[in-house]
Design a protein around this ligand. Structure first.
Ligand SMILES: *[C@@H]1O[C@H](CO)[C@@H](O)[C@H](O)[C@H]1NC(C)=O
Ligand SMILES: *[C@@H]1O[C@H](CO)[C@@H](O)[C@H](O)[C@H]1NC(C)=O
Ligand SMILES: *[C@@H]1O[C@H](CO)[C@@H](O)[C@H](O)[C@H]1NC(C)=O
Ligand SMILES: *[C@@H]1O[C@H](CO)[C@@H](O)[C@H](O)[C@H]1NC(C)=O
Ligand SMILES: *[C@@H]1O[C@H](CO)[C@@H](O)[C@H](O)[C@H]1NC(C)=O
Ligand SMILES: *[C@@H]1O[C@H](CO)[C@@H](O)[C@H](O)[C@H]1NC(C)=O
Ligand SMILES: *[C@@H]1O[C@H](CO)[C@@H](O)[C@H](O)[C@H]1NC(C)=O
Ligand SMILES: *[C@@H]1O[C@H](CO)[C@@H](O)[C@H](O)[C@H]1NC(C)=O
Ligand SMILES: *[C@@H]1O[C@H](CO)[C@@H](O)[C@H](O)[C@H]1NC(C)=O
Ligand SMILES: *[C@@H]1O[C@H](CO)[C@@H](O)[C@H](O)[C@H]1NC(C)=O
Length: 652
């Protein structure tokens, strides 16, 4: 969401250069470079990375793998010649194996610490166990490396890759409707995919009812989640994974497969640790969905595939107007020009409301329909949560505002030390700029003029000073907010929604605040409760990408940017990337302002062109003159990627 509107034109120029990894200007250059305008952005000089497109015929064990990236040091490898391709094995040289990121439920260790795990099934009769997914135990040779973030730091698998059949086949992808599948993907290149289906079978999803399956699963595992645990047993936290859809949404087969994957991996295979919910925005404000069960049901049935009816909750803006009544005075600037209850400006109202209806959950994941993950959901969501829990409070805001580029900064520990040093040195000089809030942030930031805010919770007050703390405060404390892009200070950028701040006295300076691009996040019950109370009692709210981080800042809650691996379509020099991403020379040059074009070639940003292109190529679709069945069959086969978050994927 949230575009920097002023940049739209530039972004469109960028995307035409980018689509499908584009780079058309380069191709023509040799002929007559005078005809070609210079590329509009400096980063377009970097070589295109092509290792992504090496297929399953080039699979090698991780020990033999060499990433393609040279970080602008030399030209990337030439494409394989036809003769070289012909010499490759016709079938993938490695076999797909079940991919299992779950704890060993049957181990003595697990039984010692937890109540017993009970396996879950798709059907009432318990004939069909929740399916497995499959990965190749290696990587395509010369596959590109992520440029910022890391697998290793988050504890994510980096030595295996997923192709479309192993990843999605168990959910109805790649086989015919006559067999209970969805039909989609059944005509693409598939050499060796029989090895997946031989293990997975063709699961018949006709008549599937995911809501009831989730309920049964949680029910039989209830003992693991109850507050009162037998001595020596740890309660497992429960998480709601909330996917935000709307009436009129087009449910493609790809979207169905994606949602099935989320439910199966997060909920059924974990014995009910997560529940997947569809939070459906009813756009027609004239429909009193809360007044009539029949109207509620008919609206639901018209807008959601039957298999997901029982995981869906409806809401509307009209309902939020009732729940959080006007007036909401004192807006600093409403750049979107819409009402405060409009979903564009207050998508979080619905989540706040939902969290109040569901006190049984410890955490709520806010997920968008245009995100795709090529890895395993349980692994990603659970490891990110555990990583965030381990993070010390000291320096957490200062680290989280930076892109961590391992090739440049070294490992995360080094990066932590570096940020500490930098924080000491920059503390004074940064007073010169229009920074908002103290550096470093240490505990609740409430020392600014305003006309009233809730007091912070006692448990969020720092036990000692920043200087005295030895990276111990916060270790083992669950994060209240986990985001997937840096937590930046809007006052240091020209991000267009920076002043969409409501309910604070306008005669006083605007409150200090933070924001993270893309609203995909995990929020704790405690954070949502605070947001809720600040909204109804104090009439406070902000633009959706700013509100949860700002509440964390004001109330001393634990917020962190999880440095998940992000890929770039070009071979950036990392020192230059650090300058451009982390130290923009001017406010407007920030990657969260007009400098956002620098992220057009990233696999995860709000307006990235590369993310969707890479995902579609992985699915075997044709993209700007490349990819598709013949291309894969004549070349090295279908792609195989490590777990990667793709956003946005606007079509498939
Ligand atoms: C990248 O490589 C090119 C060609 O060698 C060079 O001209 C350019 O300065 C390099 N960019 C950076 C940021 O190092
Ligand atoms: C991988 O890169 C090496 C070195 O550039 C090259 O010789 C080799 O052909 C590449 N292999 C594939 C499968 O692209
Ligand atoms: C789907 O059906 C077609 C014929 O309608 C058949 O040729 C094809 O093999 C089937 N696909 C699969 C994956 O079984
Ligand atoms: C799939 O299940 C449905 C409903 O139970 C059944 O009618 C259909 O025959 C099954 N299809 C296959 C291929 O087993
Ligand atoms: C692929 O699936 C579609 C949709 O179910 C079906 O119409 C088509 O016959 C299938 N084709 C093959 C070759 O499997
Ligand atoms: C919204 O719902 C009302 C009441 O049912 C109906 O009269 C109206 O046509 C609907 N509007 C749209 C745009 O569907
Ligand atoms: C949903 O749940 C209800 C009862 O909770 C059940 O009667 C119904 O069959 C379920 N399935 C669908 C698709 O609505
Ligand atoms: C928070 O701490 C203050 C001062 O120590 C105390 O008066 C207050 O009762 C505490 N509040 C809660 C909710 O524990
Ligand atoms: C932090 O470590 C130093 C040196 O090891 C020690 O002197 C100090 O007491 C420690 N501080 C705290 C708050 O534990
Ligand atoms: C807003 O702040 C101004 C300046 O301090 C003060 O005069 C005014 O009463 C405040 N308004 C409200 C509604 O608190």
């Amino acid at each position: 969401m949230a575009a920097v509107l002023g940049l739209l034109v530039a972004a469109i120029v960028g995307i035409t250069f980018l689509a499908g990894g584009g780079h058309q200007w380069r191709k023509h250059r040799g002929k007559d470079s005078r005809e070609d305008p210079p590329p509009p952005y400096p980063w377009m000089h970097y070589q295109r990375l092509d290792g992504y497109y090496n297929g399953v015929r080039t699979l090698v064990p991780y020990s033999q793998y060499e990433p393609e990236n040279r970080w602008n040091k030399s030209l990337p490898a030439e494409k394989l010649s036809l003769e070289e391709v012909a010499k490759l094995p016709t079938q993938p040289p490695l076999d797909p194996v079940p991919y299992n990121p779950y704890p060993d439920w049957k181990s003595a260790e697990y039984a010692h610490d937890h109540e017993a795990f009970h396996q879950c099934y798709l059907d009432v009769a318990e004939k069909t166990p929740a399916p497995e997914i499959y990965a190749y135990p290696g990587l395509p040779q010369n596959l590109s490396e992520p440029t910022y973030g890391s697998y290793n730091e988050l504890g994510l698998e980096e030595e295996m890759c997923f192709d479309r059949f192993g990843r999605l086949g168990p959910y109805g992808y790649g086989y015919n409707e006559s067999q209970g599948g969805l039909g989609v993907g059944n005509t693409s290149e598939r050499a060796g995919s029989d090895k997946v289906f031989k293990q997975a079978g063709y699961v018949n999803f006709t008549g599937m009812d995911w809501g009831s399956a989730q309920q049964r699963c949680r029910g039989k595992n209830e003992a693991r989640f109850t507050e009162q645990q037998a001595s020596g047993k740890q309660r497992i936290q429960r998480q709601a994974y909330v996917l935000r859809a709307w009436t009129g949404y087009t449910w493609t087969a790809h979207q169905v497969v994606t949602l099935r994957a989320m439910i199966n991996e997060l909920s059924l295979k974990s014995g009910g640790e997560y529940d997947v919910h569809l939070l459906l925005h009813v756009k027609n404000n004239s429909l009193p969905i809360w007044a009539s069960p029949a109207l509620y049901t008919s609206t639901l049935r018209e807008n959601v595939p039957e298999e997901f009816w029982n995981i869906t909750t409806l809401w509307s803006e009209q309902q939020m107007m009732l729940y959080y009544p006007e007036p909401f005075p004192d807006n600093f600037a409403n750049m979107a020009g819409s009402s405060v209850h409009g979903v564009y400006r207050s998508a979080h109202f619905a989540l706040q409301w939902f969290s109040q209806q569901h006190p049984e959950y410890d955490f709520f994941w806010n997920w968008e329909m245009d995100v795709r993950y090529s890895g395993h959901y349980y692994e990603f969501n659970t490891m990110v949560g555990e990583w965030a829990k381990k993070q010390p409070r000291k320096g957490i805001w200062e680290r989280s505002r930076r892109f961590w580029i391992p090739k440049f900064h070294g490992d995360y520990q080094k990066f932590t030390k570096f940020v500490e040093k930098e924080t000491e040195e920059k503390d004074i000089s940064e007073n010169d700029v229009a920074r908002s809030g103290p550096v470093p942030i240490w505990g609740p930031v409430q020392d600014f003029p305003n006309r009233g805010m809730l007091a912070p919770l006692n448990e969020t007050l720092p036990p000692t000073t920043y200087k005295a703390d030895n990276y111990t405060w916060g270790v083992g404390e669950d994060a209240d907010l986990i985001v997937f892009n840096p937590l930046f200070d809007p006052a240091l950028t020209n991000w267009v929604f920076s002043w969409d701040v409501t309910g604070y006295n306008r005669s006083l300076p605007i409150p200090p605040r933070r924001a993270a691009i893309i609203t995909v996040a995990r929020l704790s019950r405690r954070l949502l409760a605070t947001m809720h109370e600040e909204t109804w009692r104090m009439k406070h709210t902000m633009f959706p990408e700013m509100w949860p981080p700002a509440v964390c800042m004001h109330h001393g809650l634990k917020a962190v940017y999880a440095p998940h691996p992000v890929y770039m379509d070009r071979d950036w020099e990392v020192g230059h990337m650090d300058e451009v991403f982390n130290y923009p020379p001017e406010t407007w040059a920030s990657p969260f302002g007009w400098g956002e074009h620098n992220l057009l070639g990233s696999s995860f940003y709000y307006n990235s062109g590369f993310s969707g292109a890479l995902w579609r190529r992985w699915l075997g679709l044709w993209e700007n003159g490349e990819g598709g069945r013949e291309y894969e069959e004549r070349g090295t086969g279908r792609m195989c990627l490590r777990g990667t978050m793709h956003h946005p994927v606007k079509f498939e």
